[in-house]
Design a protein around this ligand. Sequence first.
Ligand code: C2E
Ligand code: CA
Ligand code: CA
Length: 593
Amino acid sequence: MLQDTTITLAIELLLLAAAVGAFVLLFSRYLRRADTQPLELLADDLLFANAPCAVVLSDAHDKIVDVNHAYERLTGRQRQDVIGMPIGYNHSGQMDEEAYADMREALRRTDRWDGEFWLRNAGGEAFSDKVSRIAVRDTAGDLCGFLTISLDMLGNEDERRLMLWQAHHDTLTKLPNRNLFFERLTRVLMKERQGAGGALISVDLDNFKIVNDSIGAAKGDQLLTQAAFRIALCARETDTVARLAGDHFMVLMEDCSDYAALEQVAREIVDQVSLPFVVDDRELFVTASVGISVYPEDGSDGGELMQKADAARLQAKRSGGNNIAFFESAMNARAERRLEIESELRKAVHDDQFELHFQPVIDLRDGSVSGAEALVRWRHPEKGLVSPGEFIPVAEETGIINELGAWVVRDARRKLVEHQDILRGLRISVNVSAAQLKTEQAISDLIAVLAEEGCDGLTVELTESALIADRDGVQTFLEQIRLLGCRTSLDDFGTGFSSLSYLRDFRFDVLKIDKSFIDRLANTQDYGLVASIISMGRILGMDVVAEGVEEDTQVQRLRQIGCDYVQGFYYSKPLPFAEFIAFLRQERLKRTA
Ligand code: C2E
Ligand code: CA
Ligand code: CA
């Protein structure tokens, strides 16, 4: 028999070459060489214990005989706790009886099955695991059991994280790299239908090449690291600062449609970079050229926006460097449009031009309507119905949002009271934006409105951006409105930091998974992610709502992973109030029929 260490080494090498199939082959070859009791021999083998991927040995009835260290790491469960359990003890119910039957049949016929198991780890999170299963037979050919090998090669979570991190970051400055930057940009632009607007700031150092040549690459790297740090300090915590190449950096500023603020950040970058750098006790001087493109005015495509930011940067460089430039005249167009909307908005508040539309939320367990999200619309005297994407950002910048927000709460509550015959038991949620929680005064005004109108049946939706602003202030706001009987909901989960600590600290009643995740449910990895978010939400006692559901296949998948509530065009668009009532009546009629 080969020495254990030799086999282990050979396997490690094979794995490094990503030869998963070869690993399976090696294991099975090894099986056939074993004589009397293959299962015990295998379990005692060092190779089994130390294999870098999770391996399970089960008997002919598929009861677990042994698992290895990688399995313990992957599932978070101890070996002694799982021995004797049926192999499917931690399966999360994704595989139906028919699929199990197919698997048994394949194993019976060919002694091998390749497929995917859906598992739950010790924390209850679901994840998928590609596996290869091999039937273990003794020399007489009788079945002794099964060997299940996880093809998830890096059973080690830390290694997997590291690899993921390296694929997305620049190792020198630790900033996101071009891949990650482009990914984020694309995601942000997808959401841009909501219209908050933003900008790309392209930065490069004017005379870096000359400096680098004179001081050498190692010191040049030190300078770059310091420059990266300064640029990152100029940006807000929520912005993405990336190093795209050499001395080329790019900043993505989301939700920033205020030109003055943009210009200030860009100038700050130029100023910071122009301060002396100290590398090995030597003072070095460089300057920066900065170009800015803004969306949606300059385009809605990531590549195009990056090109435009770069073009503006070149213009700044051509004018001598140490300077900033906006791409063409987008700035004027936007500023004019803003001013126009602002004055019209002020009038709209007085003339009562707003109305709420209601998008039903469906309880997947019985198909009933469990409530609705109230979404504001502006009935403009000339332009007709204007969507919030166009005016909420302006309302936020100008503070008009506070008045508008109060109106939304009043109107929603009034509808609940006036139509309680049909709306009883339903939950209506209203959106409260971060801008409404900016000052203590605004917070206490909003609480006063909620107290005055009553909170029965009302849920307040906040996004993560509201939580960052002023943790304590928001925490108090949430506590107070809960005391008034208001439910709280975390909106657009998955687009911000998706922070577990927020979920734990703020104790929301409802978690809304953002549409961008629902759109990618067909992707196995994202499917697993949504499944974990759902189970995490449940563990924390939250109702989980999937947003932006548009297709039947999405509904099926969400049902499979235990999502209870859904909302989206598949069921209904946001409806004017009268139509929402008609929708409710019809749904109830259907269900009683
Ligand atoms: P949100 O809170 O994430 O609201 C969901 C948005 O997604 C709504 O857009 C809704 O019409 C849209 N949506 C729902 N299902 C689907 C779907 O299946 N496919 C697609 N493509 N879209 C879907 P809407 O009404 O344009 O609202 C946009 C945003 O404006 C809201 O995003 C919210 O952040 C803000 N907003 C709306 N009403 C208010 C309000 O009264 N106050 C505040 N502060 N913000 C509001
Ligand atoms: Ca919402
Ligand atoms: Ca949302």
